[in-house]
Design a protein around this ligand. Sequence first.
Ligand code: Z5A
Length: 213
Amino acid sequence: MMTPGKLITIEGTEGAGKSTALQFVQDYFVKANQAIVITREPGGTEIAEEIRRVLLYSSKTEAMQPDTELLLMFASRAQHIQQCIVPALSAGTWVVSDRYVDASYAYQGGGRGIDLHKIQTLDQLVVGKVYPHLTLLLDIPVELGVLRTEKRGLPKDRIEQEKKEFFERVRQVYLERAKHDPGRIKIIDASLSLAEVQAQIRSVLDTFMAEKS
Ligand code: Z5A
């Protein structure tokens, strides 16, 4: 019988270096001859990407309600899980996702202040057992993350325009979740140089691969 694949997620606040880390993780698995699918949230499938556009670039004249944002995040996730993640894992392929369910606790729970029980209910309904086997949490002081994204010079999306305090709350929820689930969520000090960040990620992946083989 086919051994199901593993689900690895990358999380962090703005400018923590997730996209950069994702490239490193991809190269790591290519070298290890491990078949992987790279994906992201919100998004990852055609319909989920359409929902992403609504989430990040919708109307500038009407404020999106926090509940709308939460439900759209989970609608996109439902499509992503059923259309992309589960088929890949069932075929024995590993999946690496740039953000996943922890982001809903951090951004909609911490950032927007939505009751965590509400999020838990959606989590059970939509995610269920399709939980990450490993999560790399790229942790960085909010100001440094913002500085890094500003250097890129790209226009900010709807969520990126939030205030510093919003991202401080997001960071705190991520760190709390890591504290409660240290076996799954590994904190990476993302304020360090690229080489040092990659060394931490390599060490976590080496341990994970050794434990899973
Ligand atoms: N969201 C949500 O609210 N709820 C949910 O459930 C989900 C998501 C799933 C889109 O996410 C938004 O959706 C996001 C959360 C919300 N909103 N925000 N904010 P996204 O992941 O697509 O977008 P993002 O978080 O804004 O990602 P980002 O800005 O692209 O950041 P990043 O991927 O973490 O950073 P990066 O592009 O890899 O690096 C930033 C810059 O720093 C870049 O120029 C790098 O070259 C540089 N960098 C990277 N690492 C280093 C080191 N170590 N040293 C120096 N410079 C570095």
